[in-house]
Design a protein around this ligand. Structure first.
Ligand SMILES: [Mg+2]
Length: 239
């Protein structure tokens, strides 16, 4: 196969662990929620985080207000969601990821980011990590509206145009088969699933599209990308 010439990365659970963002957001919400109530921020945070670790998704703030009535007297769910989305996140690249981005850039490989999610949150995450130091363009699909979130192809077409490269020379690295690999498959990109312990996943297998390749560590991702960039096909890691 022809060597890959450009790489686009997902953001959440690919460049950093989304659970770190969730923890950081819960800290911010806990601090905000308990102001004026007879509850400590630590207790509110512990409640939220315990729910998350137990697999609760989507009802954490409702559950918090039910558990702590004096908080519910002062705060509503929408306020807490707003606080969560707007907070300045404390997150960091997965070990080895920033070195990989730096290495690829030093080799002159064009890099991009394609990410879904509420725009204000994704901007804050991108800024906290400093992805613009390595990636251009950084495509945050919510800037076009939710209709253009993955699996829509627009962001991928935007990156291909910005790089001036055909689909068969591009690869997308993501974590989520429910939405990350549809557009690459449709357009003729290759794709890599980075599968790690601690990633946040919701099982919707009926929507899943398999990636071209799957790797189980950042080290394996680096090896695969270097092979793809040099045109070496590694059959054993093709999924
Ligand atoms: Mg992701």
């Amino acid at each position: 196969m022809k060597p890959v010439l450009g790489v686009a990365f997902d953001l959440d659970d690919t460049l950093y662990l989304e659970r770190d963002y969730v923890r950081s957001g819960f800290r911010a919400v806990a601090e905000y929620a308990v102001r004026g109530a007879d509850v400590s921020a630590e207790d509110a945070f512990t409640f939220l985080w315990h729910d998350f670790l137990a697999g609760v998704r989507g009802s954490a703030f409702n559950d918090l207000l039910t558990r702590f009535p004096t908080v519910a007297e002062r705060r509503g769910v929408r306020e807490l969601v707003g606080c969560y989305r707007k907070h300045a996140p404390s997150i960091a690249y997965l070990p080895g990821v920033e070195a990989l981005l730096r290495e690829l850039r030093a080799e002159g490989v064009p890099l991009a980011v394609i990410s879904d999610g509420p725009l204000i949150s994704q901007v804050a995450k991108a800024e906290a990590l400093g992805v613009a130091c390595y990636a251009e363009p950084v495509v945050l699909t919510d800037a076009w509206g939710q209709d253009f979130w993955k699996p829509h192809v627009r962001a991928f077409q935007t990156v291909a145009e910005a790089f001036g490269l055909p689909a068969e020379r591009l690869v997308y690295v993501g974590d989520n088969p429910d939405k990350d690999f549809h557009a690459p498959a449709q357009l003729g990109w290759r794709s890599v699933r980075l599968r790690l312990p601690g990633q946040v996943r919701e099982a919707r297998p009926h929507d899943a599209v398999p990636p071209t390749y799957e790797v189980g560590s950042v080290t394996a991702l680096r090896v695969l990308l270097l092979e793809l960039l040099s045109g070496v096909e590694h059959g054993s890691i093709r999924s």
